[in-house]
Write a protein that binds this ligand. Structure first.
Ligand code: DGJ
Length: 722
C-alpha cells in the first residue's frame, strides 16, 4: 500500500521510497535504493506537486575498477566497501577495522525538519541526518549527528555535514572565494574537470585564504542574473573543508564539514558528535540570484536579530587615526567631531587595556589602562552618550601576549605541545578556549566589562591562526577534540553573552575578514571584511564578499587618502561612495579634516541614512563588476518592497576616454514611477527626473564620469500615487 506522508513541504512516498522537500522555488529529492543506501535523485527548480520519481537504483560500476559504491552518489556515505570518492564519514574502530557502510533505518518528520537515521550494517554506529528547508528561499540546511552505541571507543577521522549531488554534466564552472590578509574575497571562476578541488582552512579558524562557500554554475554566462546555479555555505568557524569532485562519470558531488586534516575525534560509548550545518541552495536566476537568496536567508534565518536585523548604525572607529595611542582626551576630541557629522556609534579600538602600548604586551589583561583612562571608561562613555552616540569597544578575547600577567600566571592556558616551542604571531599566542577554565575566564571578563560599563557594541578581534594545536592537559587520544570543542565554546560564550546582555551588538573581526562564515554570523551582527580600507581595492573585496554574505553585515570605513597599496589620492566623495555600499563607518583622523571635508561628510552621511535599509537589506544587483581589469564598477540595491533603488557607479581609469557604459537597472517595478535624486553633490548624468521602472531598466542610462577614480551615486524613490 502506498502511503504519502506530507507535511511542511516534506513528503515521503512509501511505495517508491522517495523523500521530497520543497521550499521557495526549489525541490530536493532523494530515496532509499535497492541496497538501502540513501541516494540523491534531484536538486533544482521546483517540480509539479504531483511529480514523482521511481525508487532509486544503484548505478552500474565501471569495469572492475569503479564499483557501484563509488559510481552511485549517496547522501552521506561512510568510507567502506569500495568507495574512492570523498566520504562523509570515516571511522577507525579499536580492533583496527575501518569499514563503515551506512544503511537507512528510519525517518521522522518534526515540524520543518526531516530526520533520517542511518546505521552501519553491523556495528552500532548511528548517524542521524537532519534536513531543514527555508520555505522562503528554498535553502536547505543539512547536518549529521554521529552516535557511538557500541561498547568501545572509536575515532572519527573525517566527518562532513553533507554531500550535495548535482545533475550529471560537463559544463560546470566553479566559483569560490580566495584571499589573504588585506586582500580577501577575490572571486575565482574556473571550468570544472574530472578530479577534485579542495577549498579549506587548516588554521583553526575560518581563514582569509578561502571562504567556506561555493557556487557551481551550469553553462556560465556573463549575465549575472541568468542560468542555473547551485551554491552552499558551511556554518563553521574552525578548520573546515569543502571538496568539490567531478567523478569519472561526470557526476558532481560537494562534501563539506570538519577538515579531516589532523582530525581524530575520540567518541566514547554513548557519546555523539554533531557536525556543523552545511546550507545549500539553487537559483535559476544566475549567480546574482544565488547571492540574493543567500543574503535574504542570512538576514531572515541566520543573524542573531533574524528575521528583522536592525540596520547598522553609522560608526566612527579611531584605530587608523590613533592606533594604540588612545587617551581619554584624544578620544573625546574625536567623538565630538564624529558626532558633528552624524555618526551614531563611537568605537574605541585596540590599546585601552592592560599594559598595551603596542602589540607586544597586554592581551589577556582586561583591565582599563590607568595612564590612558585615569578615571576608567565612564567619563568617555558618558561624553559619547551626551553627544547622542552609543559606545563600542574592541576586544581580542582568545589571545594572550607572553608579556602579560595572565600568561605569567597561566602559561599552560595556550594551545601548545608539551615541551615544544610556541610559535608567536603578532607577538601573541592562542588561548585554548576548549579548556573549561579558559572558557570561564573569557566569559567572566567579558560579562564583567559589559555589566560595569554601558557598552552597546563589541568589536571581537582575532589576529592570528593556530600553531602547535596541542592540549596537553587531556589524555593524548582526546587532544584532537580541540578542533571542535574550541569553536563550540566560542559559540557558547557568544550565545551566553548575548542572552545576558541582549542589547549588545558584536562584530566578528579577524585581522579584517579572517573569520566570516554562517557559523559566526549566528552570533554576530556585522563583520569587518578587510584591514584594507583603500576605497578602490575595497570595491573588489566588497564585490567578492557579497557573493557569499549580505551587505547588511559588511562594514566599510572612510579612511585617510592616499592610503593602501596604490597610494592614489581619492576624493572624500569617492571614499564615501565606496563605503556606502555596506554598513558605513568613518575611520579617518578627523583632526586632519578641513571644513570642506566635514561638510561633505555631513551631507553624505545624511544621504546614506536615506538609503541604508535599501543597501543593507535590499536586493543587490552587480551591474558591472570591478574584477578582471574592468575600468568601471556599478552596483544597484533595490529595497524589498521595490520602492527605492540606490545606484553607485565608479570609473577607475579612462584609458582612451570611452564614455561610461549605459546602465540598465534591474529589479524595479516596471509600471511604477520613480523619481531620481542625486546623492553626490554634482549631477552625474543626463537623466529624466521621473520615469517608470520600465524606463530605468530598459532605456540605457548615461552617467557622466570621466577621468581617473571618479564616482557618482543616485537613488530612485517610487512616486506615491496621489
Ligand atoms: C586588526 C583589525 O582588523 C583592525 O581593525 C584593528 O582592530 C587591529 N586589529 C587592532 O589591533
Amino acid at each position: 500500500m502506498i502511503s504519502i506522508q506530507a507535511q511542511n513541504g516534506i513528503s515521503f512516498n512509501s511505495a517508491s521510497k522517495v523523500f521530497r522537500i520543497d521550499g521557495g522555488d526549489v525541490s530536493y529529492v532523494f530515496g532509499i535504493n535497492n541496497l538501502d543506501e540513501l541516494q540523491p535523485i534531484y536538486w533544482g527548480a521546483r517540480l509539479g506537486t504531483r511529480d514523482g520519481f521511481p525508487q532509486p537504483h544503484t548505478n552500474r560500476g565501471h569495469a572492475s575498477f569503479d564499483l557501484p559504491t563509488g559510481t552511485t552518489p549517496q547522501e552521506f556515505a561512510g568510507w567502506g566497501a569500495g568507495l574512492y570518492m570523498e566520504p562523509a564519514l570515516k571511522i577507525t574502530f579499536p580492533d583496527g577495522d575501518r569499514d563503515l557502510v551506512l544503511h537507512y533505518v528510519s525517518q521522522r518528520i518534526e515540524g520543518d525538519v526531516l530526520a533520517i537515521r542511518l546505521k552501519d550494517i553491523e556495528r552500532d554506529v548511528f548517524v542521524d541526518l537532519r534536513y531543514e528547508m527555508d520555505p522562503a528561499t528554498g535553502i536547505l540546511g543539512r547536518s549529521a549527528n554521529i552516535e557511538n552505541r557500541t561498547s568501545a571507543p572509536l575515532v572519527i577521522e573525517q566527518a562532513a555535514a553533507a554531500t550535495w549531488t548535482l545533475p550529471r554534466g560537463t559544463n560546470y564552472t566553479l566559483d569560490s572565494l580566495t584571499g589573504r590578509w588585506s586582500g580577501e574575497d577575490q572571486l575565482q571562476q574556473e571550468a570544472m574537470h574530472q578530479g577534485a578541488r579542495i577549498l579549506e582552512s587548516r588554521r583553526g579558524s575560518t581563514g582569509h585564504q578561502n571562504d567556506p562557500w561555493f557556487a557551481i554554475e551550469r553553462a556560465h554566462t556573463n549575465d549575472q542574473d541568468a542560468g542555473d546555479v547551485w551554491f552552499g555555505a558551511l556554518a563553521w568557524s574552525g578548520s573546515w573543508r569543502i571538496t568539490v569532485e567531478q567523478d569519472m562519470l561526470n557526476q558532481v558531488r560537494v562534501t563539506g564539514g570538519y577538515n579531516p586534516f589532523d582530525f581524530g575525534y575520540k567518541l566514547n560509548p554513548g557519546e555523539s558528535l554533531a557536525t556543523p550545518v552545511f546550507y545549500g541552495g539553487y537559483s535559476s536566476s544566475g549567480i546574482g540570484g544565488a547571492s540574493r537568496l543567500l543574503h535574504r536567508f542570512e538576514l531572515t534565518r541566520i543573524l542573531p536579530q533574524r528575521p528583522d536585523p536592525r540596520p547598522r548604525p553609522v560608526i566612527y572607529n579611531s584605530w587608523e587615526a590613533t592606533e594604540f595611542n588612545v587617551t581619554e582626551s584624544g578620544q573625546e576630541e574625536l567623538a565630538e567631531k564624529a558626532a558633528s557629522i552624524g555618526v551614531e556609534r563611537f568605537i574605541v579600538d585596540d590599546g585601552w587595556f592592560g599594559q598595551r602600548k603596542d602589540d607586544h604586551a597586554g592581551l589577556g589583561d582586561w583591565y582599563v589602562n590607568q595612564e590612558k583612562f585615569p578615571h576608567g571608561l565612564k567619563p568617555l562613555i558618558d561624553k559619547v552618550h551626551s553627544l547622542g552616540m552609543d559606545f563600542g569597544l574592541w576586544v581580542e578575547p582568545e589571545m594572550v601576549n607572553p608579556d602579560s600577567d595572565l600568561y605569567r600566571k597561566h602559561p599552560d592556558w595556550v594551545l601548545n605541545f608539551a615541551g615544544r616551542p610556541r610559535t608567536e604571531g603578532r607577538n601573541q599566542l592562542v588561548l585554548n578556549l576548549a579548556r573549561p577554565d579558559v572558557r570561564a575566564y573569557v566569559f567572566g571578563f567579558l560579562d564583567k566589562l559589559l555589566t560595569e560599563n554601558d557598552i552597546a557594541f563589541l568589536k571581537w578581534d582575532y589576529n592570528r591562526n593556530w600553531s602547535e594545536p596541542g592540549w596537553p592537559a587531556v589524555a593524548p587520544d582526546e587532544q584532537k577534540q580541540v578542533y571542535v570543542k574550541y569553536v563550540d565554546n566560542l559559540y557558547g560564550i557568544l550565545r551566553e553573552l548575548r542572552e545576558k546582555h541582549p542589547k549588545v551588538e558584536i562584530e566578528s573581526c579577524s585581522g579584517g575578514g579572517g573569520r566570516v562564515d554562517l557559523g559566526i554570523l549566528r552570533y554576530t551582527d556585522e563583520v569587518w571584511p578587510s584591514d584594507n580600507t583603500n576605497p578602490f581595492d575595497r570595491l573588489t573585496i566588497q564585490d567578492g564578499f557579497t557573493y557569499a554574505y549580505t551587505p547588511g553585515v559588511m562594514m566599510a570605513w572612510v579612511t585617510e587618502s592616499p592610503s593602501g597599496p596604490n597610494h592614489a589620492s581619492l576624493s572624500t566623495e569617492y571614499r564615501f561612495l565606496s563605503s556606502m555600499q555596506g554598513g558605513l563607518g568613518v575611520g579617518a583622523n578627523l583632526n586632519h579634516w578641513q571644513p570642506d571635508d566635514f561638510a561633505a561628510a555631513r551631507h553624505l552621511i545624511e544621504e546614506y541614512k536615506q538609503i541604508r535599509e535599501t543597501v543593507q537589506q535590499g536586493s543587490l544587483y552587480r551591474l558591472i563588476s570591478p574584477r578582471n581589469g574592468s575600468e568601471h564598477s556599478v552596483t544597484e540595491s533595490v529595497s524589498v518592497d521595490r520602492s527605492q533603488a540606490a545606484v553607485f557607479a565608479f570609473l577607475h581609469t579612462s584609458q582612451f576616454g570611452y564614455p561610461f557604459p549605459l546602465l540598465y537597472l534591474r529589479g524595479l517595478d516596471p509600471k511604477a514611477e520613480y523619481r531620481l535624486h542625486w546623492i553626490t553633490a554634482k549631477p552625474g548624468g543626463n537623466l529624466p527626473e521621473v520615469a517608470t521602472g520600465a524606463y530605468w531598466m530598459n532605456a540605457g542610462l548615461s552617467v557622466n564620469l570621466d577621468g581617473d577614480y571618479q564616482a557618482t551615486a543616485f537613488r530612485l524613490d517610487r512616486v506615491q500615487a496621489p
